[in-house]
Design a protein around this ligand. Structure first.
Ligand SMILES: CC(=O)N[C@@H](Cc1ccc2ccccc2c1)C(=O)O
Ligand SMILES: [Mg+2]
Length: 366
């Protein structure tokens, strides 16, 4: 397949309600969508970087710049999904930008071949159970209302964002109100230090599925030390950047569970490799979320359908975050989302909705 060029699209999606985590509060999702235009057709990719480098080092404008200057121009001549990342090896890092470009080329290739993302990745299910990520709230009553609402919508797992000062009490309140059967986990987004080990062990009595990324993303050995004090399984998110980093973390005892995010690890093909490393080591894995539009959501639901994704992911319905999605909305059905079965992503943007949330476009010719 030969690329004519790639269109970058700056998209701004207001969140239904502010989403607060240990790294800040978001009220709008600013992201890049990519449209790869090739001789065999076109494909869509989503860059999950935030507008600011507060989750990881990448950010929206930085991704646009590295795509414009280095990554897209490198894809001259024959290219297909599997060859994108190897062709970009000379450029260090920028995994979210690379993931978006691989995704757009892979989508174009799969649409042309009539193969779905799920089929390509090795999905074994046609629907997946969905969890939901709940932000830090101003009060416990507000949190309980939000959790009650999501349980009422059918979500099969609740994830609470935590930070020092908002951890044991919210977990205790949710357990007391909704009982011990609810699948419950927490995500600290690196907000704690190893010195907080005994404090984090106070979460052990609440039978959580996992504690996600309690420490800094580079502290693998510290997570292994933490795991000796805290009984609740440790899950890593920000720390897992590739299949080899997953293998290291598992061997070091830094995690018992892995949150797989294709954007964070450099693409859906690397995400599948991480899935395989986890499965080979009997490590539970699940598909994380970056508040994607229906474009990224479609690909994430396909990934979540792989056999080694044994825990509900953050593949929530479109209306968890957005009143209006750029594709037909993903709607929760009995706590599950259906894996798109059409060629490629199986979804395409709705032109009017896409125009409404687009703030700028840029054509990068090859
Ligand atoms: C669903 C979930 O909790 N996602 C990330 C954190 C996160 C939170 C807020 C975000 C806002 C804008 C863009 C990306 C974001 C990612 C996580 O698992 O750590
Ligand atoms: Mg996380």
């Amino acid at each position: 397949m030969k690329l004519d060029g790639v269109e970058l699209r700056w998209v701004e999606m207001p969140l239904r309600s502010p989403f607060r985590t240990s790294f800040g509060t978001q009220t709008v999702r600013q992201l890049l969508l990519l449209r790869a235009v090739a001789d065999e057709g076109e494909g869509w990719g989503e860059c999950v970087a935030m507008s600011e480098p507060v989750y990881s080092s990448e950010y929206q404008e930085g991704c646009a710049d590295v795509l414009r200057r280095y990554l897209v121009p490198a894809l001259t001549g024959e290219v297909d999904g599997i060859s994108v990342v190897p062709r970009l090896k000379k450029y260090y890092g920028h995994r979210m930008a690379k993931a978006a470009l691989e995704m757009a080329v892979l989508d174009a290739e799969l649409r042309a071949r009539g193969v779905s993302f799920g089929r390509e990745l090795g999905a074994t299910r046609d629907r997946v159970p969905c969890g939901v990520s709940v932000g830090i709230m101003n009060s416990i009553p507000e949190l309980l209302d939000a959790v009650g609402g999501y349980l009422g919508e059918g979500y099969v797992r609740i994830k609470l964002k935590i930070e020092p000062g908002w951890d044991v009490e919210p977990v205790r309140a949710v357990r007391e109100r909704f009982g011990d059967e609810v699948l419950l986990q927490v995500d600290a987004n690196t907000a704690y230090a190893l010195a907080d080990a005994r404090h984090l062990a106070r979460l052990d009595p609440f039978d959580l599925l996992l504690i996600e990324q309690p420490l800094d993303e580079e502290e693998l050995l510290a997570h292994a030390e933490l795991a000796k004090v805290v009984q609740t399984p440790i899950c890593l998110d920000e720390s897992i950047t590739s299949a080899s980093s997953a293998a290291d973390a598992i061997r070091l005892g830094a995690c018992q569970i892995v949150n797989i995010k294709p954007g964070r690890v450099g693409g859906y093909l690397e995400a599948r490799r991480i899935h395989d490393v986890c499965a080979a080591n009997n490590i539970a894995a699940w598909c994380g979320g970056m508040l994607e539009t229906g474009i990224g959501r479609a690909a994430n639901v396909a990934l979540a359908a792989l056999p080694g994704c044994t825990l509900p992911g953050d593949t929530s319905a479109s209306d968890r975050y957005y009143k209006l999605d750029v594709t037909e909305p993903f709607v929760l059905d009995d706590g599950h989302l259906t894996v798109p079965a059409g060629p490629g992503l199986g979804v395409t943007p709705l032109p009017e909705a896409l125009e409404e949330v687009t703030v700028k476009t840029e054509w990068i010719p090859l």
